[in-house]
Design a protein around this ligand. Structure first.
Ligand code: G6P
Length: 612
C-alpha cells in the first residue's frame, strides 16, 4: 500500500504531485508528504492526516520546484505521525526518499548503522534503508545510482522507492520489487506513480517497471537497468484509461458511484464475450488453456478479501457446472503452508488491483512448482495479470472506493463465464441448462438496474439500524459467500461488528448472540435451499432477533417473516449472487453515510495491500 508520485520536468512539480496523491489516497491515507528540490536545496513537508491536511499546512511555504516526490502513507513501521510520514531525509539531509513496501531485515541494517553513529528520527524501515544507501555512497565513494543498487542487493522485503538528491535537481532514482511502479513519458518530462492515475491528463504513454529494475529518470531521459547494472529497453505501452473514469461524476462518494455503475460494468464485462444467440463464450486467454483446465485434477483459487468471497461463489459454480474439484484459499495462508501442488493443477488468482502482495507471491510459488496460473484481474497490466499464464480481465474500470463493489460483481461475471465455457467444452452441462444460463447471465445488468431503481427503502433501513452494535449475515449455498461479503462491507464502512455465517451453521454458536437488539440479515432469495433458509429465519424470529432479508421479488411468504426486506428479481441461483449482493452494498454504504463516516476511505484500510 502507500501511494507514491514523482515528477521531473518543466512544470511546477508540487501541484502535479498533490493532485496525483489525491488520486492515490485509496492506497493509504494516514499521513502525507512531499519533497521538492528547487535547485538551492530540499524542501520537505509532511503531516499526519490526509492530503488536504498537508495542503493546509504548507500554505505560504516555498513550493517552487520542477522536481519532487510525494507520498500518502498506510502505516507499517511506526504509528501515523508527522515524524513517521514520508519523505524521509538522510542523516546528511542531502537525500529524500519515499517508500511503499516493507524492508524485512531493517532491524539488522539499523543495528549496523547505529554502530556507525547513525541515529533515527522516525520508527520507519524507510529511514533505515535511506541511511543505508547514504552510508554506501559515502563509504564506496560511488554515485547514488550505484549506492542504491548495492543497497538493494542486501535488502529483503518489498519496495518501491523514489529518491531525490539535493545536488541533482533533475534526477529521480526509482526501484521496484513487489510493489507497483508506473512511469509516464511526456515531452521533456516524466511522471512516476503507484498507478497511472496521477499522469492521466499529461500522457498516455507509460512503462510498467518490473521487479529488480532500477530507473534513472530525468526530464529528457529514462534509463532502465537491472540490479546487475545492465541497461534494459523500456517497454512503452499505451494507456487505455480516461480521466472521467477516475472522477466522482457528480456522486457524493466513489463507493456510491461504483455501486450504481454495476449494470454498465457487468455489461462491459460480458460484452464481446457472451453470445446467447450463438450459444458461445469467447475468452481467448481461457481458450488457450481450455484442455488443461478441463482435465485439471483440481482448481485452487487464491485471493484475499472481497476477491476471496468471489472465489467462494466460483467454487460452487465450478463444481456444479464443470465437475472439477475446487479449493479456495486465503492467499496469505496458502503462500506459507507448503501446499501440495502437482503438475497440472490449475491455480486461479482473483484480484481487483492485481497487486495484492499475498496473492502475487502465492501464485509465484505455485508457478515455480509447475502449476498453470490463471488470473481474473481488474487492473490491466498489473503484476498478477503479468505473472499469470493466461486469464481474463474483469473490465470494471478503476475502482477507487476502498470497499470493493463493482469489482466483485464483475469477478462473478467473469468466473461464471469461465465455468460455463469449460463446462460446455467438457460436456458437464446439459445443453439446455447451458443455453438457459447464457440468457440468465445476459439479463444480469438489467436486473441490477432494477434493484438500484427500487433501492430507496434501503436508506430508511440504514437510519433504523445504524446504531446496532453487531450484525449477523446468513445465507446458504450460493448465497453463503454473499452473506460473508455483506458482513465485510458493513464492517469496513460502518465499523459495526458484523459476522457472516452459513445459515444452518448459525445454530452452532452465533445463535447465542441473538436477542431483540441484533439485526440478522438473511440472503434468502428463492433457490434450492429456500425452505431450509426460511426455517433458519424462524429460529431467529423465535429468539426475537430483528429479521432483515434480501428476498426474491413477490415472495410474500418470506416477506411476512421479516422486519424489513429488500427485493431482487427472480434469477437462476448461479447468477443470483450478482444480484443479492447489491442491496447489501447499499445497506453498508447508507449506514456508513448515516454515521457520517468517510465511506471512501475507511479508517485503517487500504485498497491495494502491497505488503504481506
Ligand atoms: C484490500 C481491499 C479489499 C480487497 C482486498 C483484496 O483489503 O480493501 O477491498 O478485496 O484488498 O484486494 P484485490 O485487489 O487483490 O482484490
Amino acid at each position: 500500500m502507500c501511494g507514491i508520485v514523482g515528477y521531473t520536468g518543466h512544470r511546477e512539480a508540487y501541484p502535479i504531485i498533490i493532485k496525483g496523491l489525491k488520486r492515490l489516497e485509496y492506497r493509504g491515507y494516514d499521513s502525507t508528504g512531499v519533497a521538492l528540490n528547487n535547485g538551492s536545496g530540499l524542501n520537505v513537508y509532511k503531516k499526519k492526516g490526509k492530503v488536504a491536511e498537508l495542503e493546509e499546512a504548507v500554505i505560504g511555504k516555498d513550493l517552487h520546484a520542477h522536481i519532487g516526490i510525494g507520498h500518502t502513507r498506510w502505516a507499517t513501521h511506526g504509528e501515523p505521525s508527522d515524524r513517521n510520514a514520508h519523505p524521509h531525509q538522510s542523516a546528511s539531509g542531502k537525500l529524500a526518499m519515499i517508500h511503499n513496501g516493507i524492508i524485512e531485515n531493517y532491524t539488522q541494517l539499523k543495528k549496523e548503522l547505529i554502530s556507525k553513529g547513525y541515529y533515527f528520527e522516525s520508527d520507519t524501515d524507510t529511514e533505515v534503508l535511506l541511511n543505508f544507501i547514504e552510508e554506501i555512497r559515502k563509504n564506496n565513494q560511488c554515485d547514488l545510482e550505484e549506492a542504491v543498487r548495492i543497497a538493494l542487493k542486501r535488502v529483503t522485503g518489498a519496495y518501491v522507492i523514489l529518491l531525490i538528491d539535493e545536488d541533482d535537481p533533475a534526477t529521480i532514482i526509482a526501484a521496484r520489487k513487489g510493489s507497483p511502479l508506473v512511469i509516464g513519458i511526456g515531452k521533456g518530462e516524466h511522471f512516476l506513480g503507484s498507478d497511472a492515475s496521477p499522469m492521466l491528463e499529461y500522457t498516455k504513454e507509460v512503462v510498467y517497471v518490473n521487479d529488480y529494475e532500477l530507473a534513472i529518470v530525468k526530464p529528457d531521459e529514462l534509463i532502465l537497468k537491472n540490479l546487475g547494472n545492465e541497461k534494459l529497453t523500456p517497454y512503452v505501452q499505451k494507456l487505455d484509461l480516461e480521466l472521467a473514469a477516475i472522477e466522482k461524476g457528480g456522486y457524493e462518494h466513489f463507493m456510491l458511484k461504483e455501486i450504481v455503475e454495476q449494470p454498465q460494468t457487468i455489461y462491459d464485462c460480458l460484452r464481446g464475450r457472451l453470445d446467447p444467440i450463438e450459444g458461445t463464450i469467447t475468452m481467448s486467454g481461457i481458450q488457450q488453456y481450455a484442455e488443461q483446465i478441463m482435465n485439471a485434477n483440481r482448481i485452487v483459487i487464491v485471493a484475499c478479501g472481497t476477491s476471496w468471497h468471489a472465489g467462494l461463489v466460483a467454487e460452487y459454480i465450478f463444481e456444479e457446472l464443470c465437475r472439477i474439484n475446487v479449493e479456495v484459499e486465503y492467499a496469505s495462508e496458502f503462500r506459507y503452508r507448503n501446499p501440495v501442488i502437482n503438475k497440472g493443477d490449475v491455480i486461479l488468482a482473483i484480484s481487483q488491483s492485481g497487486e495484492t502482495a499475498d496473492t502475487l507471491v502465492a501464485i509465484e510459488n505455485a508457478k515455480s512448482k509447475g502449476a498453470i496460473l490463471l488470473g481474473v484481474v481488474n487492473v490491466v497490466g498489473s503484476s498478477i495479470a503479468r505473472t499469470s499464464h493466461a486469464g481474463a480481465y474483469t473490465h470494471a474500470g478503476p475502482e477507487i472506493g476502498v470497499a470493493s463493489t463493482k469489482a466483485f460483481t464483475a469477478q462473478l461475471a467473469v468466473l461464471t463465464m469461465i465455468a460455463l465455457k469449460i463446462g460446455y467444452l467438457k460436456g458437464s452441462i446439459p445443453q439446455e441448462r447451458y443455453m438457459n444460463l447464457l440468457n440468465e447471465l445476459q439479463q444480469v445488468p438489467e436486473k441490477v438496474a432494477w434493484i438500484l431503481k427500487h433501492s430507496a427503502p434501503i436508506k430508511a433501513m440504514a437510519e433504523k439500524y445504524k446504531d446496532a452494535r453487531d450484525f449477523l449475515y446468513l445465507g446458504r449455498g450460493y448465497n453463503f459467500p454473499v452473506a460473508l461479503e455483506g458482513a465485510l462491507k458493513l464492517k469496513e464502512i460502518s465499523y459495526i461488528h458484523a459476522e457472516g455465517y452459513p445459515a444452518a451453521e448459525m445454530k452452532h454458536g452465533p445463535i447465542a448472540l441473538v436477542d431483540d437488539q441484533l439485526p440478522v440479515v438473511f440472503v434468502a432469495t428463492r433457490d434450492a435451499y429456500h425452505e431450509k433458509v426460511m426455517s433458519n429465519m424462524q429460529e431467529i424470529k423465535a429468539r426475537k432477533g430483528k429479521l432483515i432479508a434480501v428476498i426474491t421479488e413477490g415472495d410474500t411468504a418470506t416477506a411476512e417473516l421479516c422486519d424489513d426486506y429488500i427485493e431482487v428479481p427472480e434469477a437462476d441461483e448461479i447468477v443470483a449472487p450478482m444480484l443479492s449482493v447489491v442491496p447489501l452494498q447499499l445497506l453498508a454504504y447508507y449506514i456508513g453515510v448515516a454515521k457520517e463516516l468517510d465511506v471512501d476511505k475507511p479508517r485503517n484500510l487500504a485498497k491495494s495491500v502491497t505488503v504481506e
